[in-house]
Design a binder for this molecule. Structure first.
Ligand SMILES: [Zn+2]
Length: 268
C-alpha cells in the first residue's frame, strides 16, 4: 500500500454497517488490496455525496485517507451502480449472495486480482436479461478455484485412479470425488467408528461431473451455452452448496432469502 496519507482504489461495495448517527463502516473488495474496511463519514446524512457510491452492489472509485484504525473514504464516484440488478428482486438476491460469498471467503488485505475480475465479470453477466442460475454455479466453482479450494474432479481423492464415466461420489470433507470402490470402503469405516457427525459422500451423475469439469476450465461465455435441465440444475446446486457449507461451516444468510424467493417464483 502507498506510504502517502492518501490513496485511490476502485472496489465493489460488499456491505455497510452504521457507525454512530451519521457515519458508516463500508466493506469493499478491491483489485490491489483485496478486502478493505473504511469509514464513510456522514454517509447516512440525506445530502451526503458519498451515500449512493458506498451502497452494496456498487462498483466505485474511492479516494481514501489513512486513519489510526480504519481508513477514511474522503471522495467517491460510482463506476457502475448495477441498476439492472437492483431493479429486479431475484437478480438483486443473486447479487447479494455473490457479495456474501466474497465477504465470507476472504480476509482483509489478501489481494486476489483474478477474484476481483471474476466478481466484476459475474455482476455484469447477472445484469444481462438472459442470465440464469448458471451464473451462480459458475461463480461458486471459480471462486473456489481462486481461493485454493478447487474440487478434485478428475481423479479419486483417495486412491488417485482416474474416474470412470459412472456414478461417482462427492466428498465435501475430502474436497473432491471418490470412486465407487473407495466410497464403499469409507462407508464401512464410518459405520465402525459410529461417527454420526461425519458427513459421508453423496452420488454425483456423469452429466453433472462433465458440466463441472467444463466450467472449471472455460470462460463464462462458453459456460452459459451448456443446456441445463431443472434436474441437473438442482444436482449442481446441491454439490456446490454442500461443499461451500462444509468449508464455511455455516449457512449464508442471503442464500436462505434467495431460496425462499425461488420457491415463491416457482409458485407464481
Ligand atoms: Zn478410489
Amino acid at each position: 500500500m502507498s506510504t502517502s496519507r492518501n490513496y485511490q482504489t476502485q472496489g465493489v461495495i460488499l456491505k455497510q454497517n452504521k457507525l454512530g448517527e451519521f457515519d458508516k463502516i463500508v466493506t469493499f473488495y478491491t483489485p490491489e488490496f483485496g478486502k478493505l474496511r473504511a469509514v464513510a463519514k456522514g454517509a447516512c446524512r440525506p445530502k451526503s455525496k458519498l451515500g449512493g457510491n458506498v451502497e452494496p452492489l456498487t462498483h466505485s472509485l474511492m479516494l481514501l485517507a489513512k486513519g489510526r484504525n480504519l481508513d477514511i473514504v474522503t471522495q467517491s464516484q460510482t463506476i457502475n451502480g448495477f441498476l439492472a440488478l437492483k431493479s429486479d428482486l431475484w437478480r438483486m438476491a443473486c447479487g447479494l449472495y455473490i457479495l456474501e460469498l466474497i465477504d465470507s471467503f476472504t480476509v482483509e488485505g489478501g489481494d486476489n486480482r483474478p477474484l476481483f475480475d471474476l466478481l466484476i465479470d459475474i455482476l455484469n453477466q447477472l445484469s444481462e436479461p438472459d442470465s440464469n442460475e448458471t451464473v451462480l454455479r459458475y461463480f461458486e466453482l471459480n471462486l473456489l478455484n481462486h481461493l485454493g479450494y478447487r474440487p478434485q474432479l478428475r481423479r479419486c481423492v483417495s486412491c488417485d485412479s482416474p474416474l470412470k464415466p459412472v456414478v461417482n461420489f462427492f466428498s465435501p470433507s475430502k474436497g473432491g470425488l471418490l470412486c465407487p470402490n473407495c466410497n464403499s470402503e469409507e462407508n464401512c469405516n464410518y459405520e465402525q467408528i459410529e461417527a454420526t457427525s461425519i458427513k459421508s459422500a453423496f452420488p454425483i451423475s456423469v452429466r453433472a461431473l462433465k458440466v463441472l469439469r467444463l466450467w472449471q476450465s472455460c470462460d463464462y461465455s462458453t459456460a452459459k451455452r451448456v443446456r441445463i435441465n431443472p434436474e441437473l440444475s438442482l444436482e449442481l446446486e446441491r454439490v456446490l452448496h454442500e461443499y461451500i457449507r462444509y468449508i464455511l461451516q455455516r449457512e449464508l444468510k442471503s442464500l436462505a432469502w434467495l431460496q425462499e424467493l425461488k420457491r415463491e417464483i416457482a409458485v407464481i
